[in-house]
Design a protein around this ligand. Structure first.
Ligand SMILES: [Fe+2]
Length: 205
């Protein structure tokens, strides 16, 4: 299973607050950025955001304790296929899987598709440590073989699943399999909660 859509949406008050927290980030274009952890650290009263999210996740016996909340930001200049990858959590020098995420779209084009591949999963032998270059910046990480984003897409060949209108307004998504996105230009802001639970094991109680 690659995704499970939900109808969770933040209240208008919370949505407006999240938008306002990052309002000054859209002046320049940039490929991809992740803000981890505590929205509270930004000095705003973000309690309602946590309350709304925790109340919903409680219904699935889930919470934000595995790796906090991540905020994915991008502001691309043109339509871009992102780097295919498998999510990893680096904790106490350990490399742990992020088996799934709960993603809520705040800004962006909901039609942008997400792609998944059955060919590769976290811990597979071809999930290799390598130096990667992503939008001009080198970094060392475990990833899919290939020196460029395009080579990695070619390595994986045809996606097993493609889904657009995934985050309308929110979804649990599989992140233990190789996955990627094709993003429209312009501001994109996703609130994301990572879990150590396979999407097949996430059930509504
Ligand atoms: Fe990912």
């Amino acid at each position: 299973m690659f995704y499970r859509k939900t109808d969770f949406e933040f209240s208008k008050q919370s949505k407006d607050l999240i938008v306002s927290l990052f309002a000054d980030r859209w002046k320049e274009s940039f490929p991809h950025d992740v803000e981890y952890g505590s929205l509270k650290a930004l000095g705003f009263d973000t309690n309602t955001i946590y309350e709304e999210l925790n109340l919903f996740l409680l219904g699935y016996n889930l919470n934000c304790s595995y790796a906090g909340i991540s905020i994915f930001l991008s502001n691309l200049r043109e339509k871009t296929k992102t780097n295919p990858h498998i999510d990893i959590l680096h904790k106490n020098k350990e490399r742990l899987p992020i088996r799934s995420r709960f993603n809520i779209m705040i800004l962006g084009n909901p039609e942008d598709p997400m792609f998944w591949w059955n060919k590769m999963k976290f811990g597979d032998p071809d999930h290799i440590e390598n130096t990667f270059t992503y939008f001009g910046k080198p970094y060392r990480s475990f990833g899919i073989p290939g020196n460029t984003v395009e080579e990695r897409w070619n390595y994986l060949r045809e996606p097993t699943e493609i889904k657009n209108n995934l985050l309308t307004p929110s979804s649990f998504v599989n992140t233990i399999n190789a996955h990627a996105l094709e993003l429209s230009p312009g501001p994109r802001l996703i609130v994301s909660v990572p879990f150590d639970k396979n999407i097949e094991d996430i059930a509504c109680y």
